[in-house]
Design a protein around this ligand. Sequence first.
Ligand SMILES: [Zn+2]
Length: 346
Amino acid sequence: MKKSKILLGIIVLLVAVLLTTACKVKESANEYDYLVLVNKYTQLPNDWEKNVKLVETKNAWDEDIKVEKEAFEQYKKFKEDVEKDLKKFKTTIELDSTYRSVKEQQELWDEWSKDPEKGPDYVKKFVAVPGYSEHHTGLAIDICLKKDGELVYDNDKMIAEKEIFSKIHAKLADYGFILRYPKDREDSTGYTYEPWHLRYIGDKDIAKEIMEKNITFEEYLDSVEDLDNNHSAAIYRIEKTLQEYFKGTYGDKIKSSRFNITKIYTKEEADKDDTLKDLKLGEKDLAFEVEYQVQPSNDKNIKELTVPDGEYNKELGWVTNIQRLGVLKYDSKTNKYSIKEFGTGW
Ligand SMILES: [Zn+2]
């Protein structure tokens, strides 16, 4: 009896150890890149939604909302800390809009598109294209203010609260957050000033660098030299170089372009791959697979444009929407990247 109890104990212990190990393995396989880039040109990675760990909470209006787990833990600490500085303004910070799935964004998009008077350009101005909103990541948090017991959530009214937001922004980096859409930086981020839109990037040192240098997230990614070890920086560099590449093809008449870079191969990976080794990548080159959509503007000179693999759509103008394999080639003399071998593969 005693022996079987010990045996049972050992089995229980073994199962417990095995379970913990299994969980740990699963956790590390699910680890994702907090530096993920999603903007008007770069799509949310395909496997993001099935891997993201969300927790449920309530916003300022007591509605159910979701936030990525680690981002929410850090947000709670940030809130507690920053509200000490906001006491003299009798202000607290509250949650507004946080996680939004691609499906929800699509429903929002479809709802707005139903109005025949609005058209695709009008809708695009006010609603992010499904798949291209940072709110899909669960790492974007829109806050609002509670001042003297009253909610302040109107965009213009929040922008007017300069002193309060400067206190809020000063503490963001201590908790791994950045101000994603700084003032007068639409050229880089694609968005006008949004003091309420906070973005969790995880790494406090990088967050401090971005906030102290007063640069955008895109500018930070652009400054990263080691593309092999920073996936988001590699994606940003490819996307940016592709935009330049298409400018060369279509001139300056591009209305919108969007990229979904589905795979990146370093030289080491490409050399091992039978179909890619012929590309003979250099040390700092990358091969990539991309689905892209480029939409040259629909103006009176449209017929002069040369659009390979494209089609003319009465409503949208020229549209190309295809998948390609390409190479991001590094030139050590100019320290610049260009697109080479684009279109090989498929
Ligand atoms: Zn937002």
